[in-house]
Design a protein around this ligand. Structure first.
Ligand SMILES: O=c1[nH]c(=O)c2nc[nH]c2[nH]1
Length: 454
């Protein structure tokens, strides 16, 4: 007989913390969270005393119940709205140069190695595992121009169980000979990549977690013809779009010299059918007011990548202004412009960035946590699927333990759940991420030795 209890795959009992809005974090104490066999949140009961738990469980097997202790809590998984999978290979290096020189000197030579599928398999296994281990349950990945390596990345993400947008990068101008395509091959391979992901998804016995995303690297590396074709592909397949925007002053100047018909850099994408409610633009550091207004008008999202913006000396984005204009904003690690694949580090850099910009309008913990979870979900247009623990959403989450082995966080008797949570945000790391769930399933990370590559 199909009963409520028989449809439940897991129940968590303990503290749950999530964002209700950008202004409010909800701390649910003694919560009972029921996950169904499709990985969705079926029921949430708050303030259940110990002696009521049995009655509330309604016959769910005890082996499906996870009971948290006072140092543990569950939060929604982090959403990394901008990360480059091949660049993890030089994460932590190369911060001496600004963007355009950094691309030529470090990034393009390393990305060219992904022409080799075997190399891609080994390296991508490591990139994805590191991202997941840091609690990123959803990521917007840039791959490279290479079709076979892009397919490998999809296979690895599928195997490891992350939710993801994956983009085959497009580059047909202003790129080195060893990392460039023609317009025709770029469009052909992008179409082949989309078809590959769609075919892979059709074979699954669960709701797919991976979506192809149209990924012109940035306007500098794509001709107007190619941008137009990519806009058409996004429309034909109804796909999200990601790129870079207004990261660095030299980049902006070069872009405007290439696209003089457009009124500004943001308009370059709009003029090619690439700016809509499924677009994610990384950086947006040097935006004119009219560009922010265009983002708002099109309901496009911004990936704020403060760590990268500090490292590459790009500048400091005005996130307060974006929030005031009600533009969708999430956080991006932007590995390897950013030196860390952890959204916790992105959150900390975002706070520092806001303090350095204007000490009177700094981002608050409530806002930072929202950006790392619900904000990211909105940027990906997945706000009805993930981002918090609303009934009916899919359960993507981190079980945090502030007293885990080797925890960088120290808790004391005076700590409340609120202070433990805040310590995790500012002091914690992946050692505190005891378990990670995507679509209700615990993610099993591969042995890092297996994934390593010399
Ligand atoms: O931070 C960045 N990383 C990149 O790889 C890139 N490509 C274009 N613009 C970029 N910015």
């Amino acid at each position: 007989m199909h009963t409520f209890a028989s449809s439940i795959s897991k129940v968590f009992y303990g503290t749950l913390i999530h964002s209700l809005s950008i202004k409010e974090i909800e701390y649910i104490r003694q919560g009972l969270l029921f996950i169904d066999d499709e990985g969705k949140i079926a029921k949430l009961v708050k303030n259940v005393p110990e002696d009521r738990v049995e009655a509330e469980l309604e016959g769910v097997d005890e082996d499906r119940v996870v009971r948290l202790n006072d140092d543990q809590f569950i939060i929604p998984g982090f959403i990394d709205t901008h990360i480059h999978a091949p660049q993890y290979t030089f994460c932590g290096n190369g911060h001496d140069l600004p963007l355009l020189e950094w691309l030529d000197t470090y990034t393009f030579p390393r990305e060219s190695k992904f022409a080799d599928k075997e190399y891609a398999h080994k390296l991508y296994t490591k990139s994805v595992a590191r991202s997941l281990r840091n609690g990123t349950t959803s990521a917007c990945w840039f791959a490279t121009i290479h079709l076979d390596a892009c397919k490998e990345l999809v296979n690895i993400i599928q195997e490891q169980g992350q939710r993801a947008y994956v983009g085959k990068v497009n580059m047909n101008q202003n790129s080195p000979d060893f990392l460039i395509e023609t317009t025709e091959s770029s469009v052909r391979d992008t179409r082949a990549f989309i078809e590959y992901v769609n075919k892979t998804n059709a074979q699954l016995n669960h709701k797919p977690l991976i979506t192809p995303i149209i990924t012109p690297r940035f306007a500098i590396s794509c001709t107007s013809d190619l941008l137009t074709e990519l806009g058409k592909l996004a429309k034909e397949y109804n796909l999200p779009i990601q790129s870079h925007l207004c990261e660095n002053m030299n980049e902006i100047g070069f872009t405007m010299s290439l696209f003089p018909q457009s009124v500004n850099y943001t308009a370059v994408y709009a003029d090619h059918g690439l700016l809509n409610d499924r677009t994610i633009m990384a950086h947006c550091v040097h935006m004119k007011d009219e560009e922010l207004d265009l983002m708002k008008e099109k309901n496009a999202g911004i990936s704020h990548c403060a760590n990268s913006n500090f490292n590459l000396k790009s500048g400091m984005a005005d996130v307060r202004k974006m929030i005031n204009k009600d533009i969708k904003v999430g956080l991006g690690t932007d590995v390897a412009g950013g030196y860390s694949p952890s959204i916790l580090e992105a959150l900390r850099a975002s706070r520092s960035c806001s303090v350095a910009r204007n000490a009177d309008t700094t981002l608050l913990v409530t806002e930072l946590f929202y950006l790392a979870t619900m904000g990211g979900a909105r940027v990906m247009e997945l706000q009805d699927t993930i981002g918090n623990f609303q009934i009916g959403k899919e359960f993507d989450a981190i079980l945090v333990n502030t007293s885990a082995d080797n925890s960088p966080v120290d808790v004391f008797d005076h700590d409340s759940i609120e202070t433990k949570f805040e310590k995790y945000l500012f002091v914690g790391d992946d050692r505190n991420n005891e378990k990670i769930y995507v679509q209700g399933k615990e993610v099993r990370l591969p042995d890092s030795k297996v994934a390593s590559h010399k």
